[in-house]
Design a protein around this ligand. Structure first.
Ligand code: PLP
Length: 377
């Protein structure tokens, strides 16, 4: 199988698998006093130190979670649930459902929510974010990299403006951390969730970065793990593997970025050359180097996905978390595209493990499948 669905999840890096298995044998509870507990605590501390140093932040800013969704909920729910009325939240219309569904829930409790529109390339200008603020705005949630189009948002400029305005910035970094150079300590964001399975780590583990000096009530209450910020015995194998995966990503970042961009560009060039009418969606000049969102007239996304899968190429349409439903992509719809086009956006997302030979084979499979679907129509 050729796997071009790395924004949904990534295969575990082989080196990380070893770290994962080793830490499964280190079975102690990091909260226990005995030696097994101390050994586990050391691994937990070392993992946190490694991640903090890779991101340029202090260890106390990192709280391990079960992934991006929990980290996002851990910010928004405690800040709004206690007194929802009279508070305002701004989220972009192209956020992941982890943000949008949480915002919709808060709205049902009485929070005023602004869903910030994007232009036809999926872009948002800082001035538009500023214009959406109200005296009662507590948080703005605008992601770093979009999971469907790969669009990159002007995080630094948005963060600087929000800091001047005294508004907290939740920047969803799930598709950016491990894929882009991240100097978190210098970024003007208050909260950044990240998730290991997006950068060749395991599923079910991630972290929330909370800027020093910003206080947040815990979402999950119980024991005193994670400085009381997130109760529950830590997922130590997952955390150790997350640290290993981030270190590996960091080591291969620059070479990996260039390689993957070349593969993605070749894929796009081949599709545009061979398939009349194919159209790339997103901001061509500010996109994640691994992502391509393409619609092909007369080729429904679902039919393409199923046929490609049967031919041995794994891709996705819309966001993986929404698959199983045939709803058009909310991201493409926010960009002003019709239901028909928004249902036919094919997402190709590559990783450093993909090869040029796979891209050439994928191009053949895509042209065959498109021809078959068009002929059958
Ligand atoms: N945010 C973005 C941009 C994502 O792409 C995803 C996963 O697809 C999430 C949040 C949710 O992360 P997790 O799967 O770790 O809960």
């Amino acid at each position: 199988m050729i796997y071009f669905d790395n924004n949904a999840t990534t295969p575990l890096a082989p080196e990380v698998l070893d770290a994962f298995q080793d830490s499964l044998r280190n079975f102690g509870n990091p909260s226990s006093v005995h030696q097994a507990g101390q050994k586990a605590r050391r691994l937990l501390n070392e993992s946190r130190e490694k991640i903090a140093s890779l991101l340029g932040v202090s260890e106390s800013t990192l709280t391990f979670t079960s992934g991006g969704t929990e980290a996002i909920n851990s910010v928004l729910l405690p800040l709004y649930v206690r007194e929802p009325r009279g508070k305002h939240l701004v989220v972009s219309q192209v956020e992941h459902p982890a943000v949008l569904q949480t915002a919709a829930y808060l709205e049902s409790l009485g929070v005023e929510v602004t869903y910030l529109p994007v232009d036809s390339a999926g872009c948002i200008q800082v001035d538009e974010v500023k214009a959406s603020l109200k005296p009662q705005t507590l948080v703005v949630a605008i992601m770093w990299a979009n999971n469907e189009t790969g669009n990159l948002y002007p995080v630094k400029a948005i963060g600087e403006m929000l800091r001047e305005q005294g508004v907290l910035y939740l920047c969803d970094g799930v598709q950016a951390v491990g894929k882009l150079p991240v100097d978190l300590g210098r970024l003007p964001v208050d909260f950044m969730p990240a998730s290991a399975h997006k950068f060749h780590g395991p599923k079910g583990v991630g972290f929330l970065y909370t800027r020093e000096g910003v206080s947040l009530d815990p979402l999950i209450r119980g024991g005193r793990q994670e400085r009381g910020q997130r109760a529950g015995t830590e997922n130590l194998p997952g955390i150790a593997a997350l640290a290993g995966a981030l270190e590996l990503a960091d080591q291969s970042l620059m070479a990996g970025m260039r390689k993957v961009e070349r593969l993605r560009d070749r894929l796009e060039q081949g599709i545009l050359e061979k398939i009349p009418g194919a159209r790339i969606h997103g901001d061509a000049s500010h996109r994640l180097y691994n992502t391509s969102n393409i619609s092909i007239p007369g080729v429904p996304g679902e039919a393409a996905l199923i046929n490609l899968d049967m031919s041995g190429l794994a891709i996705s349409i819309g966001s993986a978390c929404e698959s199983g439903s045939v709803d058009p992509s909310h991201v493409l719809k926010a960009m002003g595209l019709s239901d028909e086009v928004a249902s036919s956006g094919l997402r190709f997302s590559l990783s450093r493990y993909n090869t040029a030979a796979e891209v050439e084979k994928a191009l053949r499979l895509i042209t065959d499948v498109v021809e078959r679907i068009r002929n059958a129509a």
